[in-house]
Design a binder for this molecule. Sequence first.
Ligand SMILES: [Fe+2]
Length: 386
Amino acid sequence: MSQTRQFRAPPVISTGPGAATEAGAYAKRLGKRALIVTDSNLKKIGLLADVEASLDAAGVAYAVYDKVVMEPVVEYVDDGLRAFGEAGADVVVAVGGGSPIDTGKAIAAMARNPGKISEYMGAGKLGKPSVPLIAVPTTAGTGSEVTPFTIITDPATDVKMLISSPHLIPAAALVDPLMTLRMPRGITAATGLDALTHAIEAYVSVRAQPLTDTFALQAIRLISANLRRAYSQPDDLEARSNVLMGALQAGLAFANSSVALVHGMARPIGAYFHVAHGVSNAVLLPTVIEFSVPGNPRRYADIAEAIGEETKGLTVDEAAKKTVEAVKRLNADLQIPSLRGLGINVTKFESVVSKMAADAIASGSPGNNPRKASPEEIVALYRKAL
Ligand SMILES: [Fe+2]
């Protein structure tokens, strides 16, 4: 096996207040006509204005596809691709949370690759580079602005298709805390916990490497120290900036070392019960950490320390276990309900739980977990989280 490790990231990551207003300048460098991919709500609340103004100022013509209203499905990709063609576009500007950015990535890829998006499920199947994509996140969570992944649900099978390719890495990520100030509390909590899950999973992943460790631990520190404040004081620019920087660094980490069992198990919950991605992760996180600690206690002890837990004088095992309680407290403070509290029907849950475990394993993410879980163990973990 090769002993080298690769670390990939967008050629440009611009961070700080005002980064979104650089969209026009980057679009002009990358193409002539843009398709903005977003959700209609963002346009309604005026969050698109700065990006549109910067495209106008740069003399880049654009059309807007704003039909992304929930987590991306195949239909959005097909419709967006049509809009891309009709606009004569050659660059995509994706503005929004993970859904518009993931949709934009799939559109940019399918603009240059033949067939249907579902033919590219899995790793490394996109043969040709996408058209350039500029990603402008408005949530602090998915890290999609820097990752080589997109997740598109196929409603025909209820499968959240994970598509992975270096061609899906955006050409530019414009990471602007001003774009996150109006994020509602529930979304601040869910996306922030998604980002924390990325950082934790990137750090314990069997594919972790020194470059991802640096970003993962700093992401855990930034998110743990600032997420409660961003939640309770939405206008606090410093807290928003720190959580966004944490989410970005978590994205850089898991883009290169992958997520693990929590994400593998969370995607089927989203697909079968339409629970938001961040919430699916958050409700599973303490249960899965508790299961996984014996696989690499040293790493979980580091995480406890990065979260801000007092670990002096504790054994590695004692320190590692503090991660479970710390995450439970954070969930409680951010008012994340239990799985049952989300209104999940127990009868339906029992009828699909084995299929969910199979889907989780098929996604490949559980293979990166420090402690491997059998299908029976995954079923037991789902029941425990319920
Ligand atoms: Fe995630």
